[in-house]
Design a protein around this ligand. Structure first.
Ligand SMILES: O=C(O)CCC(=O)C(=O)O
Ligand SMILES: [Fe+2]
Length: 205
């Protein structure tokens, strides 16, 4: 297992060199199991809603996205959730020390994509609010296989005007990070429930 700083470096190198970073062991298998369990408990308690689109997230449009989400509330975190938030915030401070992005705030939601649902190609920054600088997605799926689908497709603009597509499997413990305002991406449909914890690192007001 790499040290935390090595994982942070891997993520930053990826973002700087190719536009996105991947750390495969951001969470241990036990942490994935614990967070997936917390996700399912919260969903069973009725805390999840079908996600909306746009800044206020009021419009449900399942032809664009079909996931159910629950926003983490700082005042109501389990130990595992608090540990996850703390680790991502350590990454945020590490980024600030090395890349000077001026990140100040974070927000996180669980997401569950029922089989067959997807999130069409989009950008994570809103026209009316550009505070989201980095998107982080951590997958909570055990034993995810290629033929389970549910890949994250990232569209990378090339200097020759062409576009390259990267296809990333949502394997448990894997964290993907990219610039929210720059890279369009898409969640492909899966044959199983697809679980994740997604966050944004933001500048202040
Ligand atoms: O779960 C993923 O792989 C990406 C999710 C996403 O694009 C989003 O929630 O904005
Ligand atoms: Fe997104």
């Amino acid at each position: 297992m790499n040290t935390l700083e090595e994982r942070f470096e891997t993520l930053i190198d990826g973002i700087v060199e190719v536009g996105y970073g991947i750390a495969d062991d951001f969470l241990s298998a036990d942490e994935v199991t614990a967070l997936a369990t917390r996700l399912r408990e919260r969903r069973a308690q009725g805390q999840f809603r079908t996600a909306g689109i746009g800044n206020q997230q009021v419009t449900v449009e399942t032809r664009i996205r079909g996931d159910e989400i629950h926003w983490l509330d700082e005042a109501d975190l389990t130990l595992e959730e608090a540990a996850f938030v703390q680790r991502v915030e350590e990454f945020m401070h590490y980024v600030n020390r090395t890349c000077f992005l001026g990140l100040r705030e974070s927000e996180f939601h669980y997401a569950l994509y029922p089989p067959g649902t997807f999130y069409k190609r989009h950008l994570d920054q809103f026209r009316t609010d550009s505070r989201r600088k980095l998107s982080v997605i951590c997958y909570l799926n055990q034993d995810w296989q290629e033929n389970d689908g549910g890949q994250l497709a990232i569209y990378l603009p090339q200097t020759d005007g062409q576009e390259r597509t990267e296809i990333i499997l949502p394997k448990g413990g894997r964290l993907v990070c990219f610039e929210s305002g720059r890279l369009e991406h898409e969640v492909l449909p899966a044959t199983r429930e697809r679980l994740s914890l997604t966050g944004w690192l933001k500048t202040g007001a």
